[in-house]
Design a protein around this ligand. Structure first.
Ligand code: KIV
Length: 267
């Protein structure tokens, strides 16, 4: 097995000019497959609200959900850095609650770092969590937990004022001690400017090619989820079609008495 990926290793990758790969995982089997394939970071994202639970957005996801899924992923994650998402309301109410919930993801679920959404407004919270020895990945731009404040999933930072706000968010996240930051849903040139300014790695999703790394939701990139497909998603497989075909074959084998055969039966 190649060397375990740690937080300092992720930071060094930026210094060495090596791109960072990150994918979401929500259970043991997927974690094993992605980890064995060599992905750098496994993120147990609160996107599980949409692709696993069938919710319209990430807001209903709870700490209980995150702990359950992060535990399952941790059992399958040997080499990748394991990052758990802090869900809506687990870190916005008070710094004390934020530190406790971040700590729960490490202590009860086996995460090695946590991710939370927000820049300038979360500066003190990021600082408090990192002071507790918990590595934090920031997340700025189109932050899905603010979907209602944005009025939908809209690209952020198109106008000068919004662009300046996101630049300040990026600076605040780095100053507060985050080891990396997700840049979501923003113009590619803005993400490039942030990436050039920060010493910590940027991980892009819908933020163009100049970020230090890229993240995708695994169900999107494998073609398992098609309720909606953002423009930034590249489909690397069409597993929904493959699964549909396999299930149809099973159904017809059962109906035609072709399964189980003697090789699947006991004497
Ligand atoms: O919840 C999630 O999966 C995320 C990534 C898409 C960055 O936040």
């Amino acid at each position: 097995m190649a060397d375990k990926i740690t937080v300092p290793e992720i930071v060094k990758k930026k210094r060495r000019g090596e791109k960072i790969s990150c994918l979401t995982a929500y259970d043991y089997s997927f974690a094993r497959i992605l980890d064995e394939a060599g992905v750098d970071i496994l993120l147990v994202g609160d996107s599980l609200g949409c692709v696993v639970q069938g919710q319209p957005n990430t807001l209903p996801v709870t700490m209980g959900d995150m702990i359950y899924h992060t535990r399952a992923v941790a059992r399958g994650c040997r080499r990748a850095l394991l990052v758990g998402d802090l869900p809506f309301l687990s870190y916005q109410v008070s710094r004390e609650e934020a530190v406790r919930n971040a700590g729960r993801l490490l202590q009860e679920a086996g995460a090695e770092a946590v991710k939370l959404e927000g820049g300038v407004v979360q500066r003190d919270t990021i600082e408090a969590i990192t002071r507790a020895g918990i590595p934090v990945m920031g997340h700025i731009g189109l932050t899905p937990q603010s979907v209602h404040a944005f009025g939908g999933y809209r690209i952020q930072g198109k106008e000068k004022e919004a662009r300046d706000r996101i630049l300040s968010d990026a600076g605040a996240v780095e100053e507060a001690g985050a080891f990396a930051v997700v840049l979501e849903g923003m113009p590619a040139d803005l993400a490039g400017e942030i990436t050039a300014q920060l010493t910590i790695p940027t991980i892009g999703i819908g933020a163009g090619p100049d970020c230090d790394g890229q993240v995708l939701v695994i169900h999107d990139m494998l073609g398992l989820f098609d309720d909606f497909t953002p423009k930034f998603v590249k489909r690397y497989a069409d597993l929904k079609k493959t699964m549909n075909g396999a299930v149809k074959n099973f159904i017809s084998d059962v109906r035609e008495r072709k399964f189980p055969g003697p090789e699947h039966s006991f004497k």
